[in-house]
Design a protein around this ligand. Structure first.
Ligand code: GTP
Ligand code: SPV
Ligand code: MN
Length: 603
């Protein structure tokens, strides 16, 4: 529906109507488009994006219904320095978030958004995070002036007028207002990827549960259902309502006897969630199925078990490194109806990136729209180039991926990108120790966020950039769960695929071979006698990790599990120092666990 006159037939929700009217008043768009999520609408927007050269169509035989977008080189990743949690008091945002007084921020935003859509169309997107028929799902409305965002949201979330039916007259929604921040004054010509990097603001108001995003059109900055809503705002809702909103993949694992268990795993951005979530297990008879690759909303239900839904509808995956060798199921997922951003274009109008299978092409058009040949030595695709592909195109999508109840989680896995010290896999001693392990995750930074790459930083629960409130209170929320009566708590594990040898090569083959680690985790959850105690937690007993058929020496295996007391004492010091950040909001359980670890290391 392309006119504001249609507002009354589009929604009966008075709150929504009045919110949209306010935003029109503020942003002053030339046109308003109330989205329906239909195919025709999608095609119309695709045509618009082709005409503005924001996207190019890929060869319809090679890549049906798929497009390549190239962003502004200044707008290629999440911007953590410009991301704010504007709680009432600074203390409620905590030491790991940027904060600004909500009153001052509202004034800033009013100034930024005033007239920001001049010369543009304002799109209003109704979307649902989670299956429409699940009581754990939540509705969002995103206002944006980017048709690229509308087309991407249609893949990543459930965008449809059915959402408005569920919302009804009285329902509530998470309000997100987004603008690329480039008004078109007096018929001024547009650029292919409008953005305003100097004025970027990604702002969350946890009190009113609203989101404002200005100046970026890329990924998590602009597709507001994803990180802004499903993690930052949802983590606040989860804390208030007693559930969990986490940066976790969800997978089902079936053993050769046909027994199936579900696991959730938190790794920081670009640390292997998508790859693990849809892996082809190399171990005979073992099968992985994918429920989600980035976000899990989890609730304890009447039977005391923890159930997870994937609030998303698509994968916004890292392109470089994705291949039929490393992740065939991702390659099948993106064979059609996919929007690629910042990958390279081949001469036959298909996509290419570093790490793809087969021969490297001799000529490409790179992500900067320049002619590219191998002799240039530059990367043809940006390191944070991504694909947005519908989840139902994944060949191993789990039959329960849209089950409104969710899937029962029996194990939680934490991980990071650690070149040194951290063993391939270990298990927590109990829930409290497991929560401590989650809180203690550090990882090398990646291209998923702007800034330096490869720098080791603390990233508790892989939620450092995504926790919408004080991280100390977040730890407490997790500890409290362990104290409730009558819950069957999942077991907690840590993994590290990224340990390196002295030459700098990965010690572990990773990808499909990670099924060996999943098998060990599965057997431990079953209660099999596969583990023994180490100072950091339970590690696999000798010969209990299945390395059959892997060409891996005893020494190599030893290196993968080595726990160097001196290095770990250093690690402990680092952790102690990190946790002082949280001052009086640091749960005493963390101090207890630090002490226990110190004792175990000393023995
Ligand atoms: P976000 O979408 O940013 O949250 O990332 P993600 O956690 O889903 O990471 P993804 O699975 O896309 O992997 C990111 C990068 O890590 C890719 O370049 C992968 O090739 C690489 N990677 C994934 N799994 C493994 C592994 O087991 N071993 C090694 N060495 N690399 C891996
Ligand atoms: C991440 O950075 O963890 C992502 C990509 O999943 S984005 O949606 O851009 O946040
Ligand atoms: Mn992510």
């Amino acid at each position: 529906m392309s006119s504001i006159d249609a507002l009354e037939s589009w929604t009966s929700n008075l709150k929504l109507r009045s919110w949209i009217k306010q935003k029109i008043e503020l942003c002053n768009p030339d046109k308003v488009h109330l989205c329906t999520g239909s195919k025709d609408e999608h095609q119309h927007l695709i045509n618009t994006l082709i005409s503005t050269k924001t996207i190019v169509a890929l060869d319809p035989d090679l890549r049906p219904g798929s497009y390549l977008a190239r962003s502004d080189p200044e707008d290629v990743a999440r911007v953590e320095a410009s991301t704010f949690i504007c709680s009432e008091s600074k203390d409620d945002a905590g030491p790991t978030n940027n904060w600004e007084d909500p009153r001052i921020m509202r004034e800033k935003l009013s100034a930024l958004f005033k007239g920001c859509m001049k010369g543009r169309t304002m799109y209003v997107i109704p979307y649902c995070m989670g299956p429409l028929d699940s009581k754990f799902s939540h509705i969002g409305i995103e206002i944006t002036d980017s048709p690229y965002v509308v087309c991407s949201m249609r893949i990543m979330a459930r965008v449809s007028t059915k959402v408005l039916d569920v919302l009804g007259d009285e329902g509530d929604f998470i309000a997100g207002t987004h603008s690329v921040g480039v008004p078109l004054k007096d018929g001024k010509a547009d650029v292919s990827w409008p953005c305003n990097p100097k004025k970027r603001h990604i702002v969350h108001f946890p009190t009113t549960k609203s989101i404002w995003s200005y100046g970026s059109g890329y990924g998590g900055n602009a597709l507001l259902g994803k990180k802004c809503f499903a993690l930052r705002i949802a983590s606040v809702m989860a804390k208030e309502q007693g559930w969990l909103a986490e940066h976790m993949l969800i997978l089902g694992l079936t053993n050769p006897e046909g027994e199936k268990k579900y696991f959730a795993a938190a790794f920081p951005s670009a640390c292997g969630k998508t790859n693990l979530a849809m892996m082809n297990a190399t171990l005979d008879g073992w099968k992985v199925e994918c429920v989600g690759d980035d976000i899990a909303w989890m609730h304890f239900q009447e039977d005391g078990k923890l159930y997870a839904i994937n609030p998303e509808n698509g994968f916004f995956g890292v392109a470089p490194g994705t291949s039929f060798t490393s992740n065939p199921n991702a390659m099948y997922s993106l064979r059609k109806n996919t929007i690629f951003t910042n990958v390279a274009l081949t001469d036959d109008q298909d996509i290419w990136w570093e790490g793809m299978d087969g021969k490297r092409p001799d000529h490409l058009v790179d992500w900067l729209s320049q002619d590219w040949s191998p002799s240039l030595g530059s990367k043809a695709a940006h390191s944070n180039a991504r694909f947005a592909a519908p989840a139902n195109q994944c060949p191993i999508i789990d039959p329960n991926w849209e089950n409104p109840k969710g899937v029962p989680i029996e194990g939680i896995i934490f991980g990071g990108r650690r070149a040194h010290n951290v063993p391939l896999v270990y298990e927590s001693l109990d829930w409290q120790h497991g929560v401590f392990l989650g809180a203690s995750i550090s990882s090398e930074t990646t291209a998923a966020a702007e800034g330096s790459v490869g720098k080791l930083r603390h990233d508790p629960f892989a939620m450092l950039p995504f926790c919408g409130y004080h991280m100390g209170d977040y730890f407490k929320h997790w500890f409290e769960i362990g104290k409730k009566q009558g819950l069957s708590l999942p077991k907690i594990f840590c993994v590290n695929w990224f340990r390196k040898d002295c030459k700098g090569d990965f010690l572990w083959p990773g990808f499909g071979e990670n099924s060996r680690v999943l098998k060990w985790i599965f057997e431990s959850v079953q209660g099999q006698d596969v583990k023994e105690k180490s100072p950091v937690g339970f590690i696999p007993r000798l010969n209990s990790l299945d390395v059959s058929g892997l060409n891996i020496s005893e020494k190599h295996l030893k290196n993968l599990f080595e726990i160097d007391a001196q290095e770990w004492t250093h690690e402990l010091g680092e952790l102690k120092n990190f946790f002082t950040l949280f001052k009086d909001r640091l749960p005493q359980e963390i101090s207890q666990e630090l002490e226990s670890l110190e004792k175990r290391l000393a023995n």
